[in-house]
Design a protein around this ligand. Structure first.
Ligand code: APR
Ligand code: ZN
Length: 233
């Protein structure tokens, strides 16, 4: 492995699976129970906001009290000890990376921790519900919504993610099926830039063939072992 200084890590629902948070596309996943077009798309939000808001109220309720697993703690350790560049780009809307000790985290699909008011663009911390149309704490308008990127909306922080990929020496993908773009395309962007690529996943993903190396297994085992290896254990 060439000398590594700048690392970009992409995480998906698989890193939170062992914390008891449903994944989306693995057996028994969320999209087997709900149609994302009905509960997670901008079109559905425009057509039937109450149904979407109730879905996110339910999601926030189930995710809220979950705890980080050894994979989150290992990335928290890496964040604390790694002297080079590090960016954790997560597709997850839970706050388990932060609870696990990581701070160099970008939530490209938004997060449950905050709400968003399209009327005044405020993003207040929020632990309440949305279906009852609470007034925005900043401007009072009843337009508060989940601060989550819906299908058909632009992911957050791409202006920071692509420069980080360009400056990276290593791109690591953890617990994602490689089914949703633009995140699923990061590995190819990295390869085109000559960046080393590593995948840590329970099973082969849609993007496995693009990685220099794929390690299969649960994140709670693979991630601590990889961090130990990287920090020269
Ligand atoms: N350890 C490691 N990987 C795991 C584990 C585990 N314990 N359990 C499941 N996985 C892997 C699965 O094999 C799968 O490849 O995690 C991946 C989860 O894939 P998805 O459920 O598709 O989740 P994700 O890739 O994060 O979805 C991307 O799609 O619906 C949207 O916005 C949503 O952010 C989400 C995006
Ligand atoms: Zn407002």
């Amino acid at each position: 492995m060439n000398s590594i200084n700048n690392i970009v890590i992409l995480t998906g629902a698989g890193i939170s699976a062992e914390s008891g948070i449903d994944t989306f596309r693995t057996a028994g996943g969320l999209w087997e129970k709900y149609d994302p077009a009905e509960v997670a798309s901008a079109e559905a939000f425009a057509r039937n906001p109450d149904k979407l808001l109730a879905f996110y109220d339910m999601r926030r309720g189930t995710v809220g009290e979950k705890e980080p697993n050894p994979a989150h703690h290992a990335l928290g350790r890496l964040d604390a000890e790694w002297q080079g560049g590090l960016l954790i780009v997560t597709q997850n809307v839970d706050n388990l990376h932060e609870k696990g000790g990581a701070s160099r985290v970008l939530h490209m699909h938004g997060q449950h921790r905050t709400a968003w008011c399209p009327a005044c663009d405020a993003r207040p911390e929020w632990s309440g519900t949305f279906a009852d149309r609470p007034p925005c704490p900043a401007c009072g308008s009843p337009s508060l919504r989940p601060d989550v990127v819906l299908f058909g909306e632009m992911p957050y922080h791409l202006d920071q993610i692509y420069p980080a990929l360009r400056a990276a020496d290593l791109f690591v993908s953890i617990g994602t099926s490689g089914a949703v773009y633009p995140a699923a395309g990061f590995v190819r962007d990295a390869r085109d830039l000559g960046v080393q690529t590593l995948e840590l996943n329970l099973e082969r993903s849609d993007g496995s063939h693009w990685f220099d190396e794929t390690r299969l297994g649960p994140a709670s085992e693979l991630v601590p072992a990889w961090v130990e290896e990287l920090l020269g254990g």
